[in-house]
Design a protein around this ligand. Structure first.
Ligand code: 13P
Ligand code: SF4
Length: 324
């Protein structure tokens, strides 16, 4: 049964602050079809905070940062999980709920961090630093997770590093996240040279210019930003932590040093907050659209599969993280 016109009108109410009325009719056909397909196929859509508002606020059943998506994927009861996000997130959902069909609407939705390291790189790091535990960011392939002791996200990295009882820890592959965590702990962190292509572009000069142009603006940064940027921000945290910060502190004016759709998605919930938007687009996140979510459900594609040996070892590292 298609979603009714009154339902699409009420959906538009959610996003009217960030989607102009002239653009909305272009979305309604796909939204109606996706609602019907979710019911027919017993599917749920998990969407990351960087998805566009018509996905995030209108068709997603579960939204959040990588940590929340991993936790909630584990508890999904439906037959099919469509991951509106990037490939490593879909793999993580499959690792944690292997009995479900996990679909990623576009196989090209990758990540510069996941592409920066291979499983054999991790084995070489272990040879170079024998006995030093390996903490791997979830923004990696299942094959890389399988070589790790434990995973982390930007939401729990410090707690994970400190949980190991080691004086030295290898932290892969995000150099900036590793340095930002190193600034908060006495544990020695050995980093890799991976970078997020979205966050590495923010500079201290950007923050100086923003503060000059918008006196009093609150600056929030993702910990994938360079340490000099994080040091100048008022707060640094995962996408969920930034969103919570806005909800808790209600700054009159805020800038989120992160992916563009974040501000749209948070702005929808906080009409009283003024968002300044010098953002950078993630080309991988932006590969996911209403149209390819619809096709994913219609054609059952692209099914995420993981080699059983890799899956067993990788899920151990992810589950160890979730136990913290
Ligand atoms: P979060 O875990 O903070 O949602 O970040 C994921 C990500 O890809 C940031 O670039
Ligand atoms: Fe990867 Fe950066 Fe895109 Fe996040 S924003 S998915 S870390 S490339």
């Amino acid at each position: 049964m298609p979603v009714s016109l009154s339902t699409t009108a009420s959906l538009y109410d959610r996003v009217r602050r960030v989607i102009p009325p002239i653009e909305w009719p272009a979305f309604t056909d796909d939204i109606e079809a996706i609602f019907a397909l979710k019911r027919k196929r017993n599917a749920v859509i998990l969407a990351h905070n960087y998805q566009t508002p018509e996905i995030f606020h209108c068709v997603a059943d579960i939204v959040g940062d990588s940590l929340a998506l991993a936790r909630k994927a584990m508890a999904v009861d439906a037959d099919i999980i469509v991951l509106a996000g990037v490939h490593f997130m879909a793999e993580t959902a499959k690792l944690l709920n292997p009995g479900k069909t996990v679909l990623i609407p576009d196989l090209g939705a990758g990540c510069s961090l996941a592409d920066s390291i291979t499983a054999s790189d991790v084995r070489l790091m272990r040879q170079r630093y024998p006995g030093v535990p390996v903490v791997t960011y979830v923004n990696t392939s299942a094959a890389v997770k399988a070589e790790s002791d434990i995973c982390c996200t930007s939401g729990n990295a410090l707690a994970v590093v400190e949980s190991l009882g080691a004086s030295r820890v290898i932290m892969l592959p995000d150099e900036y996240l590793a340095k930002n965590i190193a600034a908060q702990t006495k544990i020695e962190i050995i980093a890799w040279k991976g970078h997020c292509e979205v966050h590495e572009r923010f500079t201290p000069a950007d923050i100086r210019e923003l503060r000059e142009a918008h006196p009093g603006v609150t600056v929030l940064a993702h910990p994938e930003c360079p340490p000099e940027v994080v040091a100048m921000a008022d707060f640094a945290g995962s996408t969920a932590a930034m969103s919570d910060y806005v909800g808790r502190h209600r700054p009159a004016r805020v800038v989120l040093m992160t992916e563009c759709s974040m501000s749209d998605n948070v702005a929808v919930k906080h009409p009283d907050v003024d968002f300044v938007r010098p953002c950078n687009l993630c080309p991988h996140m932006k590969r996911i659209t209403l149209a390819n979510i619809r096709t994913a459900l219609e054609e059952n594609r692209h099914i995420v599969t993981i080699d059983p040996d890799i899956a067993e070892r990788a899920s151990r590292a992810v589950e160890r993280m979730l136990a913290i």
